[in-house]
Write a protein that binds this ligand. Structure first.
Ligand SMILES: [Zn+2]
Ligand SMILES: [Zn+2]
Length: 647
C-alpha cells in the first residue's frame, strides 16, 4: 500500500502502483474528467503514471497554471502531428508552452507556411483531437532513439538526443506522431476542443544567428470553444488598449533607434502626465514625513562593490564608464539605494533622527536584452519613485505598515482595484544567491508577513523572488492582456546598512545598526504609466489628463474671446488648448473626442456676448452654458474630487 496526502492535508491508502487518474476517479468521476496531469511530491507528471511510494499529490486541472502548461505543451505535439500530416517534409525542433499558448520551432524544408494556412492547420488539429488519441509514454534506450531519428532523417532530434543521458529518454506517441519528449502530457487529445494558430515568425536554431532560420509557429488551444472565443475577444480589446499604440496616438511618448533601444522619450503631454503623478505622490509623501533628495545618474564602481551590486549583477549590467585622464571607473546607476546610504552616512545620526525617510524620483539604468524590451513596461532607463527609510529595529513593522497605507492610497486614487500582493521570499534551496544571515532573513520575512496580515492584505508567497539583500512585498497589477506586472514594492533590508557600516547612537549612548526599508509605490514611472494607459484605455481621470480642456471657437471671429477664456483658465491651473484651425465645429469636436479630452468648451456669438462657455463633458454630453467663474468652480471641484488627501 502507499499513503497519499491530498492538498487539504487528508490522507488515503491505496494499492501501490495506483495512478493519479485512478485516485481522481476514487474521489469523483467529475473530477477525473477534468484531470490533465498531477503534481506528485512537487513534480508534475502524467496522470496515468503509477505511484510507487508514499506521496503528496495535487490533481491538476485547467484552473492550475501547471495544468494549463501541460495542456498547451501537449497541444504543441498535436500541432506537430497536424503539420506532419499536412507537410510530410517538416522537421521539428522544440515546442514549449507559453504563458498563453505554445509554439513549435520547425524546419519547413522549403514549404512555406503563412497566415493562409492557419485555418487548414487548425482544422487538422481538431480532426486529430476528436480521435481522442492517448499520449503514450515510451521509455527508450539512447541507441534505439538514435536509430529511430536517424532513419527518419531528423538532425534536430538527433541534436537534442546528443545531450541526453541513456536511461532517462522517453518518446511520446499520439496517433501517428512520435516525439522525443520528457513530458508530461495530458491523458489524450480529446481534451483539446478549440485551437487557433496565432502567428508565424522566424527563429534561429538555438537562438544563434549563425544558424539556420527556423519557423516558429504560435498557437493556442482551449478545452472549450467558448473560452477560445473569449480569448480572441480579449485580444481584440487589448489591442485597442495597448499602451504602445495609445501612447503614440495620444502623443505621450516615443522611441528613437538613434537614441537607443529601450530608452523612452517623453513628449510634452506624457511629461505632463508624469509630472501630475509625481506631484500627487510628492504631496502624499510630505504628509507621510518623507524628505526629497537628488542624486547623480552615475556612481563610482567602488560604491557598487560596497553595495554588492557589482558582485551580483556586474557582468550582466551596462559596463563601466572610464574617465580619459584619471582612469576612474563609474557605473550607470542601477539602483538609488547606495547613494541614499551615503546621504545617511554623511553625518552622525542619533535615534532621534529616526525614522529618516529619503525620497527621490531617481532614474536608473539596467541592461535588458533587446529582445526582452517591451514598450514602457520593459525598458533600459526608467525613473523609480524611490525612497529609503532608515529606522530602528523596533520601528520596522510600524514603518512597513505605513508604507502599505501609502501604496494602497496610491492604488485606490488611481483606480487600481484588481491587484494582488505577493510576499517574495528567499529560495531556501539556494541561499548562496542572497546576502545576510538566516536570522536576519527570518526576522525580515516574518515582519513582512505580520504587517501584511495586519493591514488585511490577502497575500501569496513566492519562493526565490526576494531581492538579494532582503524579502519583499510586491504589488502586482494586470495589463490589458491579463499579464501580471509588478508595480509597487516594499522591501526590508538588514544587509546594506551593514555593508555601508551605517550607525546611529541609541538612547543608551551606544552605536546601533539601522534597518533599511526600500519602497516604490508606483514601481517605476514608465511601467506605471503603461499599466495606467491600458487600464483606462487612455481616458485618464480629469486631474491627470495632460489636456483637461479644449476650447473650440465656432469660427475665426471668436478667436480673441477663446484666447481670453484660455488665459483665465490657465491662471487657475486648468490646462488645455484652443483649437484655432479653420475647421467646422463638428470636426473640432470629433478630434477632441479622439484625443480623449475630458472637457470641451464651445464658444460662439452668444457665449462671447454673455461671457460664457458651452460645456461638453466626455461620456456625459452637454452640460449647458456656464460663466467662466462657474466653469472654474465646476472644474476645480471635479479635479479635487478624484484626489483625496493622504490620511
Ligand atoms: Zn512533450
Ligand atoms: Zn533601494
Amino acid at each position: 500500500m502507499v499513503k497519499i496526502t491530498l492538498p487539504d492535508g487528508s490522507e488515503r491508502e491505496y494499492q501501490k502502483g495506483i495512478s493519479s487518474m485512478e485516485i481522481a476517479l476514487s474521489i469523483s468521476e467529475g473530477l477525473a474528467r477534468n484531470v490533465l496531469a498531477a503534481k506528485v511530491n512537487g513534480k508534475v507528471q502524467d496522470a496515468n503514471l503509477p505511484i510507487m511510494e508514499n506521496a503528496s499529490i495535487q490533481l491538476l486541472t485547467w484552473n492550475d497554471t501547471d495544468g494549463k502548461s501541460t495542456f498547451w505543451h501537449s497541444s504543441a505535439h498535436l500541432m506537430a502531428e497536424a503539420l506532419e500530416a499536412l507537410y510530410p517534409k517538416v522537421k521539428f525542433w522544440v515546442g514549449p508552452p507559453l504563458e498563453n499558448g505554445f509554439y513549435y520551432d520547425v524546419d519547413t524544408n522549403g514549404e512555406s507556411i503563412s497566415q493562409e494556412d492557419f485555418k487548414k492547420i487548425e482544422e487538422k488539429m481538431l480532426e486529430l483531437a476528436r480521435q481522442k488519441n492517448d499520449y503514450v509514454r515510451i521509455p527508450m534506450s539512447k541507441s534505439e532513439a538514435i536509430d529511430y531519428f536517424t532513419e527518419k532523417g531528423d538532425e534536430y532530434k538527433l541534436d537534442l538526443l546528443s545531450n541526453l543521458e541513456d536511461g532517462s529518454i522517453t518518446f511520446y506517441r499520439q496517433g501517428n506522431f512520435t516525439d522525443l519528449c520528457r513530458g508530461p502530457h495530458i491523458p489524450n487529445t480529446g481534451f483539446i476542443k478549440a485551437a487557433k494558430i496565432m502567428n508565424v515568425a522566424g527563429a534561429y536554431f538555438k537562438g544563434d544567428q549563425n544558424n539556420k532560420m527556423l519557423t516558429r509557429i504560435y498557437g493556442i488551444t482551449f478545452p472549450k470553444q467558448k473560452e477560445l472565443d473569449e480569448y480572441v475577444h480579449l485580444l481584440e480589446e487589448a489591442k485597442k488598449r495597448d499602451h504602445r499604440k495609445l501612447g503614440q496616438e495620444l502623443d505621450l511618448f516615443t522611441f528613437s533607434e538613434k537614441v537607443g533601444k529601450g530608452l523612452p522619450l517623453w513628449l510634452p503631454k506624457g511629461a505632463m502626465l508624469r509630472e501630475r503623478l509625481e506631484s500627487f505622490l510628492r504631496k502624499a509623501q510630505v504628509r507621510a514625513g518623507y524628505q526629497q533628495v537628488v542624486t547623480p545618474h552615475i556612481g563610482s564602481k567602488q560604491l557598487y562593490l560596497t553595495s554588492g551590486h557589482w558582485e551580483k549583477y556586474g557582468k550582466d549590467s551596462f559596463q563601466p564608464i572610464n574617465t580619459p585622464e584619471e582612469g576612474e571607473e563609474f557605473l550607470l546607476k542601477p539602483m538609488n539605494c547606495p547613494h541614499h546610504c551615503e546621504i545617511y552616512a554623511s553625518r552622525p545620526r542619533s535615534y532621534r533622527d529616526l525614522p529618516l525617510r529619503l525620497a527621490e524620483f531617481g532614474t536608473v539604468y539596467r541592461y535588458e536584452q533587446s529582445g526582452e524590451l517591451h514598450g514602457l513596461t520593459r525598458v533600459r532607463g526608467f525613473t523609480q519613485d524611490d525612497a529609503h527609510i532608515f529606522c530602528t529595529d523596533d520601528q520596522v513593522e510600524d514603518e512597513f505598515k505605513k508604507v502599505i497605507d501609502l501604496v494602497l492610497y496610491v492604488f485606490k486614487s488611481l483606480g487600481f482595484e484588481d491587484f494582488s500582493a505577493q510576499v517574495s521570499l528567499r529560495d531556501p534551496e539556494n541561499k548562496t544567491k542572497y546576502f545576510g544571515s538566516d536570522e536576519a532573513w527570518d526576522k525580515a520575512e516574518n515582519a513582512i508577513r505580520r504587517a501584511a496580515a495586519e493591514k488585511g492584505l490577502k497575500t501569496i508567497e513566492e519562493l526565490g523572488e526576494a531581492a538579494f539583500y532582503g524579502p519583499k512585498l510586491d504589488f502586482m497589477v494586470k495589463d490589458a492582456l491579463g499579464r501580471k506586472w509588478q508595480l509597487g514594492t516594499i522591501q526590508v533590508d538588514y544587509q546594506l546598512p551593514t555593508r555601508f557600516n551605517l550607525e546611529y547612537i541609541g538612547s543608551d549612548n551606544q552605536k546601533h545598526r539601522p534597518v533599511m526599508i526600500h519602497r516604490a509605490p508606483f514601481g517605476s514611472m514608465e511601467r506605471f504609466v503603461a499599466i495606467l494607459i491600458e487600464n483606462t484605455g487612455g481616458n485618464f481621470p480629469l486631474w491627470l489628463s495632460p489636456d483637461q480642456i479644449a476650447i473650440l471657437p465656432i469660427s475665426e471671429k471668436y478667436q480673441d474671446y477663446a484666447n481670453e477664456v484660455f488665459l483665465t483658465l490657465q491662471e487657475q491651473d486648468i490646462r488645455g488648448y484652443v483649437d484655432h484651425r479653420d475647421e467646422k465645429i463638428g470636426r473640432k469636436i470629433r478630434d477632441a473626442e479622439v484625443n480623449k479630452l475630458p472637457l470641451m468648451l464651445i464658444v460662439g456669438e452668444k457665449e462671447a456676448e454673455e461671457g460664457k462657455v458651452s460645456v461638453r463633458r466626455k461620456g456625459e454630453g452637454d452640460l449647458g452654458s456656464m460663466t467662466i467663474e462657474e466653469f472654474v468652480g465646476y472644474a476645480k471641484a471635479e479635479i479635487n474630487k478624484n484626489i483625496p488627501q493622504f490620511r
